[in-house]
Design a protein around this ligand. Sequence first.
Ligand code: G1P
Length: 295
Amino acid sequence: MANPIKAVIPAAGLGTRFLPATKAMPKEMLPVVDKPAIQYVVEEAVAAGIDDILVIIGRNKNALANHFDRVTELEHTLEQKGDHSKLSRVTATSSLADIHFVRQGDPRGLGHAVLRARKHVGNETFAVMLGDDLIDARDPLLSRMIDVSTQRAATVVALMEVDPSQIHLYGCADVDATDETDVVTIKGLVEKPSAEEAPSNLAIIGRYVLRPEIFDVLETTPPGKGGEIQLTDALEVLAADAEIAGPVLGVVFSGRRYDTGDRLDYLKSSIQLALDREDLGPDLAAWIKEIAPTI
Ligand code: G1P
């Protein structure tokens, strides 16, 4: 059944870790096997029943907008050639969902990007999905988060255990157990703590189900880590006072996640996803085995 909530995908980052590839192209358009990273995220939203998606864009907006638009000349050429398999791959991207775009303007952080969605989202619960984290379609996370949010009238953040040496790359949650094994109550949050300061090894991965009260909090959230308006800081305000918007809960994910945020993880994710593909996996696996002893 279609879920009426909307999804917001912030895609206005500068992508500096991938320069020069991202000089004229948003990092969300980097291909992972044969689809841009953002398409996996849109497909994940659609699989969770979401059909209205707002993408917050920075510079180089055109590539993103064009990707989800129709390209009639290409469709026509493929149709004339009778290449229906490629044709269906092209048309699928333009009919996935109702996709809207809004510019972030000044890049002032993730919290600021989410605030740009206020008008489109209105007074409703909504999902935020970050393109650096890809969640395997076989391990549905977002629909679980939406269910938990609905059942418990809560804000829900996706968490995953990481090695303590990696926690400084993430928002980190201080939690208490609940009566459900994959759900925790979030007592506090800290953005990118050192291993010593971190209250746990539970990292925020880029999926959130937020209630509209977050917008008022974001309006008054001062710049935090890195001088940016942090979504984590606004969530910390909600976690400290359940009167504002109900509890803040975490869904602890133990499925397959692919990090495309830096170059090495991006390469590993591309290889893992290609190995899983019927059309590419067997040949790629054979080649990896062949070259592995020579490395
Ligand atoms: C953002 C959030 C951080 C979260 C991470 C997940 O950081 O600020 O709390 O853990 O996404 O990918 P970024 O990776 O954009 O620096």
